[in-house]
Write a new protein. Structure first.
Length: 202
């Protein structure tokens, strides 16, 4: 199966999410159209066999493998090719007006493209749980109705930066720091992983 993590804006959390999914899914391999953007991760990746440097390698993988495609924040032929082949598209966005509008525009375009058949998950990243968060959720659910199959929320946390500096997945971090096991973020991540597994473990 192919899972594309895609946003046209930088800084939305594509690469930390992509690498965490790749490292936590034993069947997953990683490919990106933005080598420079993910270089900090690749330099520290111990198992280099999970990185696909050439799209032609995809054809060599067994059908029971999952491909995590980390799409850089720009349009490329590879991105459209991967979107058409994707079973699941994950679109991360931070909870700010311009990124949310950008995500809405992107999903509207994807839905109009009859060649793209994937399920779509919108992931609202790095939000700070404002007091009116429930109002935001209602707003987003209405805004993305008929565009996203699921909406997941990952609150703001230092763990995103840890993914970069320590080159570990979210699950690895909590395993090494069990005192954070009951933190709100990891409850969010657990919900996200359940949705990911629902669409990829078929």
């Amino acid at each position: 199966m192919i899972v594309s993590i895609y946003s046209r804006k930088g800084g939305q959390g594509k690469t930390p999410i992509s690498f965490s999914l790749m490292k936590e899914d034993p069947k997953a391999f990683y490919i990106s159209n933005d080598y420079d953007g993910c270089l900090v991760y690749l330099d520290k990746l111990k198992d280099k066999s999970k990185y696909i440097s050439n799209k032609n390698q995809i054809k060599e993988l067994d059908n029971n493998k999952n491909i995590i495609y980390d799409a850089g924040a720009y349009v490329s032929d590879l991105t459209y090719e991967m979107l058409k082949k994707s079973d699941l598209i994950i679109v991360p966005t931070i909870l700010e007006e311009i990124p949310v509008v950008s995500a809405h525009r992107l999903l509207a375009e994807i839905k109009k493209d009859k060649k793209i058949k994937a399920k779509i998950v919108l992931v609202v990243t790095r939000h700070e749980s404002p007091k009116n968060m429930e109002d935001y959720k209602v707003l987003l659910e209405n805004m993305f109705k008929n565009l996203a199959d699921e909406i997941v929320y990952l609150r703001k946390t230092k763990f995103f930066e840890k993914i970069i500096t320590d080159n570990i997945s979210f699950d690895e971090y909590i395993e090494n720091n069990p005192r954070y096991r009951n933190s709100g973020f990891f409850e969010d991540w657990k919900e996200f992983k359940e949705i990911y597994n629902k669409y990829t473990q078929i």
